[in-house]
Design a protein around this ligand. Structure first.
Ligand code: NAD
Length: 500
């Protein structure tokens, strides 16, 4: 690894990672491994074990034992908070290393990866406070003979399945909250981006998390992921990924033990721009919202719904902005748009671009791969003259592709925005408070931005309406999600007899 020179480069040899059970890294040994190629460089960067069903059982047993003997949930909030705070500090100390492996496996720009890692440390610091403030309720109004309590208890062993687009960020939007609640974890990262999840497991042990509370099994979704969904000794499953696999999660819960579920799924998110907006800001926000993380972003603002009077102007402004965005080597500090993470995703995006052309949409810019001599890159692409029934306007592309749909009235903008099976996120750009509030109230989305986009932090919850998911992560809601509520009735004094 050449992390310390001014210009970063991929490692000369791929790094071997073990999976993580009961506070220890377990080397691949005789197991098969995934050899991961950097999508930005084309060379091998990591080797990750393909865990077996027996490995998963071992991880669940470790998490189960750690939960049942209360080595974590039995600690007071102060002790749990201290571990989470130390983990946040260790993440900050190792930010360069984490960002390096994140960039190599995912293809995102190194500067972006570093900023995300800083945000992850912040998640741990914020969640440490929640470990101390999480509490229930009391009812002192049940008469002199009765007192009522509502307590919150950790759900138990949580299976955590994460995708490849924000491997560390999505992990850290969940792990500290799950741990703050007192639960224990068996995580299954995406098979193409497992490295930083394994690094986090080591950091948590170093921070003082008791063994068995954070376990990581690595392997494909179809084998290890599915086995985790079906596992009868896992109490809750937090899944982030596609809506298609989300359906399998729901089915498996019904088939196995009715696990409690948290689901964060796909999106086809509108960016509504009114003529009275600061159009310069709006164009910049729209370009950022569609091209950030190469559009491989569940909350990507992939539909520009723009007032007809300014539609051409705003489209040109977005095009001009995108022409100046730097597509390049993800390890280069100047890069703003990195590589497409997987070969399959690269083909999917290029397929949608061809579909857009065939459907009759007008290509404004992009529409083709960018040849940098190595890796896989796609130029940010804008389609105008799009109609709501076109596939590029309806389906989640998960790439740097923007569809432009004009509107004439506030009602029409809202109708187009809601004309989707998804409801993850939405943005509105206007200087008119009435329009901003009307749109915020009536567009169905779990996250909403007014005159900004993709803003976030540990305080505000994440989650979707409609087929974008169930439940919420982060904020106080995020920790409550991993608890269940118990109501306690306490009789005071002598019972009035049922049988005299
Ligand atoms: P994916 O659904 O293919 O995979 C997500 C995870 O599920 C991976 O770890 C994968 O190995 C695992 N998996 C796959 N098949 C499985 C099965 N049968 N059983 C159990 N696990 C299985 O998604 P992806 O391609 O990694 O990520 C892209 C998708 O994720 C997009 O649809 C995107 O919108 C969504 N996403 C949503 C959010 C959110 O917060 N709402 C965040 C990021 C990504």
């Amino acid at each position: 690894m050449d992390q310390n020179s001014t210009r970063l480069s991929p490692p000369a040899e791929p790094r071997d990672f073990g999976f993580y059970v009961d506070g220890k890294s377990v080397p691949a040994g005789e197991r098969d491994v995934f050899l991961r190629n950097s999508p930005g460089h084309g060379c091998p960067v990591t080797r990750i074990p393909k865990c077996t069903a027996a490995d998963l059982d071992r991880a669940v047993d470790a998490a189960r034992a750690a939960f049942e003997d209360r080595r974590w949930s039995g600690l007071n909030g102060q002790a749990r908070a201290a571990v989470l705070l130390r983990a946040g500090a260790l993440i900050r100390e190792r930010a360069d290393e984490i960002a390096y492996w994140e960039t190599l496996e995912n293809g995102k720009p190194i500067s972006q990866a570093r900023a995300e890692v800083g945000g992850c440390a912040d998640m741990f610091e914020y969640a440490s406070g929640l470990a101390r403030s999480l509490h229930g309720d009391s009812f002192n109004n049940l008469g002199d003979g009765m007192f009522g309590l509502v307590t919150r208890e950790p759900v138990g062993v949580v299976g955590l399945i994460t995708p490849w687009n924000f491997p560390f960020l999505i992990l850290c939007e969940r792990v500290p909250y799950i741990l703050a609640s007192g639960c224990t974890i068996v995580a299954k990262p995406s098979e193409v981006t497992s490295a930083t999840t394994l690094i986090l497991a080591g950091i948590l042990t170093e921070a003082g998390l008791p063994d068995g509370c954070m376990n990581v099994v690595t392997g494909s979704g179809a084998t290890i992921g599915q086995a985790l969904l079906d596992h009868p000794r896992v109490d809750m499953l937090s899944f982030t990924g596609s809506t298609a696999v989300g359906r399998r999660v729901v089915e498996a819960s019904g088939r196995s033990n009715f696990k409690k579920l948290g689901l964060e799924l796909g999106g086809k998110n509108p960016q509504i721009v009114f003529a009275d907006a600061d159009l310069e800001d709006a164009a910049d926000g729209v370009a950022f919202g569609m091209a950030f993380n190469t559009g491989q972003c569940c909350v990507s603002g992939s539909r520009l719904i723009v007032e007809r009077a300014v539609a051409d102007d705003v489209t040109q402004m977005v095009r001009d902005k995108l022409a100046r965005a730097v597509v390049g080597d993800p390890l280069d500090e100047a890069t703003q748009i990195g590589a497409i993470t997987t070969d399959a995703q690269n083909s999917t995006i290029l397929g949608y671009i061809e579909k857009g052309k065939a459907e009759g949409a007008r290509l404004v810019c992009g529409g083709e791969p960018v040849d940098l001599g190595q890796g896989q890159f796609i130029a940010p692409t804008v389609f105008a003259d799009v109609t709501p029934e076109m596939a590029i306007a309806r389906e989640e592309i998960f790439g740097p592709v923007l569809t432009v749909l004009p509107f004439d009235t506030v009602d029409e903008a809202i109708t187009i925005a809601n004309d989707t099976e998804y409801g993850l996120a939405a943005s509105v750009w206007t200087k008119n408070i009435d329009k901003a509030l009307t749109v915020t109230r009536r567009v169905q989305a779990g996250r909403f931005w007014v005159n900004t986009t993709l803003a976030g932090g540990p305080e505000l919850p994440l989650g979707g309406f409609k087929q974008s998911g169930w439940g919420r992560e982060a904020g106080i809601y995020g920790v409550e999600e991993y608890t269940q509520v118990k109501s306690v009735h306490i009789e005071i004094g002598k019972r009035s007899p049922w049988i005299a």
